[in-house]
Each structure stands twice: as structure tokens, then as C-alpha cells.
Design a protein around this ligand. Structure first.
Ligand code: MTE
Length: 324
């Protein structure tokens, strides 16, 4: 994770797009994408004909998952990302747009399952169905966003996979194709591929979500196309991007950042990574967070405000899950 916290989140007032403008623009883009499918001919603005235009996704919003904060404008989200496969800074969008090809994309489901399968991401999406949810998104670096994700609950993938009783954890893996991300070879000291793991109880919690879209369209490359995780009560580093493999396993997986911490012997990043204002990172406080598009500093909430949905998962672990 970044050692130096940049102040690039402190946007000038004029740079923050008011919600109504953003929503109108979103509708316009949606309309144009629809129009492009219906009449892919002359006279449309360039935006509809752009080579890598992301397809509009029409997903019903699940109103159970609402947030009281304004949604982070899409353009802010698109230019402030963590995706180390493209570099250790926030402005990785150009590299991700150029190098990552999210289709065709094969997903493997294996490990302790009745029948391992490999299928195309669009086949998986068609099987699962999609919905929209508004989630908070809190990075361990103490910045936060609010995102309209589109996807399906992880528990639906668990149902499809039919894990055996010996499966205790779900291990997930990001692609490691060096041609699709030059930063992998350029930063060979990192323990690629990016891996994360969660317990089966966490995987089956309704909040755990596999994201295939955002802001009404297929998810952008820099946000983790074509499929990434969103577990909003945990620090963002658990929510790995551009997943190629889901493995049901017996042993607890060691995540990318946990492995880096282990190698450095500094216990900065652990397995649970539950958002907790009372447990500082080894180098900074977690008591408050910077809301990215407003610049406001607001108090951090335990489990990022999702305690009602998830606190029970950790009741038998006492303090362990809150601290690591
Ligand atoms: N997944 C992969 N494969 N590589 C990464 O570097 N960064 C993580 C997570 N998933 C990361 C990743 C971190 S630290 C955060 S905070 C979130 O992605 C950021 O997601 P965002 O860029 O959509 O805000």
C-alpha cells in the first residue's frame, strides 16, 4: 500500500461534479449506448462510437443497499484507483485501458467442489443475473468513495460451485498475464498473482458482491474489469480485481498484502482487514477518512457502517477479526 499518502484527493471545488450534472450525463451516456446498439451509423457523437465503449447494463437497484452519502462521481472514480499490476500510484487508468483486455475472459471454479468448471465471464453473468447496489468503499489508506456497483452476490457463485464440506475458505486470484499488465514484470518483487481469501461464512454473507458493472455500464478496466469483488465492511485491498480463479480450499489463503507484510515482518496487513476506527494502521490513524470527491473528513465507522449485517460473523472470534 502507498507509504506516502498523496493529497490528490483534495479536489478543488470546481473539479467536483455536482450530482445532478453527473446523473444527467449518466443518462445521456446510457441513452447513447442504447442508440449505438440500435443504429450504429452516422451522426452520433464520438462517445458512442469509441472503440472500447463499455456496454450499458440495465440492472434493477436493490433498495436494501442504500447509503446516506452522495455517490462519488464516475469521473472521479475513474481517475483514482489502486491497481498495482499497472503501478503503485493512483493514475493507472490509461495503462489499464490500453493493456487490459477484459473480453474474452475465462473464469475457473475449482478446488474442493463437486465438479471444477471453466466458463466465459459472460456465461457466468447470464447464469447469475445482475442487480445494482450502492456501497461504501473504504481504502486502508483512509480515503473513501460511494459506488453504484452492478453484479451478483458471491453466495450465488458458491451455490453454482457446490463446495464439499472440507472447503473452509474461498481463495480468489487476479490474472497474472504479463502482457496484460506491464507492471507485473516491472515490479517483480511483489508476490504476484494478487490473491485474496475469505471464509465460507463471509462468502455466504449477502453483502459479499461480485462486481461486473458500475455507473450503469460494464465495469471499467481500472476498477477491475471484467469481474471484481466488493466487500464493503473490509478495507478495499480485500476486494481484488479482474478475477480469473475461484478456488474452494481447506487452508486459509495468504493474501497479497498479508504476504508482503509477512515478508517485511511488520504485520501491517492481515487476513480479516475489517474496517475499525479504533485500530490504527501501523503508520497512520483509521479514526477518520477523507471522502474523495468532497474532501470532507468524516469519522470512520466500525465495519464501515455494516455492523448489523456482518458483526455476527465475528462473534466467536472475539477481538481477532477486529484487529488484523
Ligand atoms: N486488486 C488487484 N488485483 N490489484 C490491486 O492492486 N488494489 C486493492 C483493491 N483490489 C488492488 C486490487 C486496493 S488497495 C483497493 S483500495 C481497491 O482495489 C481499490 O479499488 P478502486 O480502484 O476501484 O477504488
Amino acid at each position: 500500500m502507498l507509504i506516502k499518502i498523496k493529497k490528490s484527493w483534495e479536489l478543488a471545488e470546481r473539479e467536483a461534479t455536482p450530482q445532478n450534472i453527473y446523473l444527467n450525463r449518466r443518462n445521456l451516456i446510457k441513452g447513447l449506448a442504447g442508440a449505438a446498439i440500435a443504429t450504429p451509423l452516422i451522426g452520433l457523437p464520438n462517445i458512442a462510437l469509441a472503440k472500447k465503449e463499455r456496454m450499458a447494463l440495465h440492472a434493477q437497484r436493490n433498495d436494501f443497499y442504500k447509503i446516506e452519502r452522495d455517490i462519488t462521481p464516475e469521473e472521479e472514480n475513474l481517475k483514482y484507483n489502486n491497481f498495482y499490476e499497472y503501478g503503485s500510484h493512483k493514475q493507472i487508468s490509461k495503462a489499464a485501458e490500453k493493456q487490459l483486455n477484459p473480453r474474452p475472459w475465462q473464469i475457473t471454479i475449482d478446488g474442493l467442489v463437486e465438479k471444477p468448471i471453466t466458463l466465459d465471464v459472460d456465461e457466468l453473468i447470464a447464469k447469475m443475473g445482475i442487480e445494482e447496489r450502492l456501497y461504501r468503499h473504504r481504502c486502508v489508506e483512509a480515503w473513501s468513495m460511494s459506488v453504484p456497483w452492478i453484479g451478483f452476490p458471491v453466495k450465488k457463485l458458491v451455490e453454482l460451485a457446490k463446495p464439499m464440506s472440507g472447503a473452509k475458505y474461498l481463495r480468489m486470484e487476479t490474472f497474472s498475464d504479463k502482457k496484460m499488465a506491464k507492471g507485473i514484470a516491472q515490479q517483480s518483487w511483489y508476490p504476484w498473482p494478487y490473491v485474496e481469501g475469505i471464509t465460507m461464512a463471509e462468502a455466504n454473507n449477502d453483502l459479499s458482491f461480485l462486481v461486473v458493472g458500475a455507473y450503469g455500464k460494464q465495469v471499467a478496466n481500472q476498477m477491475g474489469a471484467p469481474i471484481r469483488l466488493a466487500m464493503p465492511w473490509k478495507y478495499g485491498f480485500k476486494s481484488l480485481k479482474s478475477i480469473v480463479r475461484f478456488s474452494f480450499v481447506k487452508e486459509r489463503p495468504i493474501g497479497f498484502w498479508e504476504e508482503i507484510s509477512n515478508q517485511a515482518n511488520n504485520s501491517e496487513y492481515g487476513f480479516w482487514a475489517n474496517v475499525n476506527p479504533d485500530v490504527p494502521h501501523k503508520r497512520w490513524s483509521q479514526a477518520s477518512e477523507r471522502v474523495l470527491h468532497t474532501g470532507d473528513r468524516v469519522p470512520t465507522l466500525l465495519f464501515n457502517g455494516y455492523g448489523e449485517e456482518v458483526a455476527e460473523l465475528y462473534s466467536s472470534l472475539e477481538n481477532e477479526a477486529l484487529y488484523t
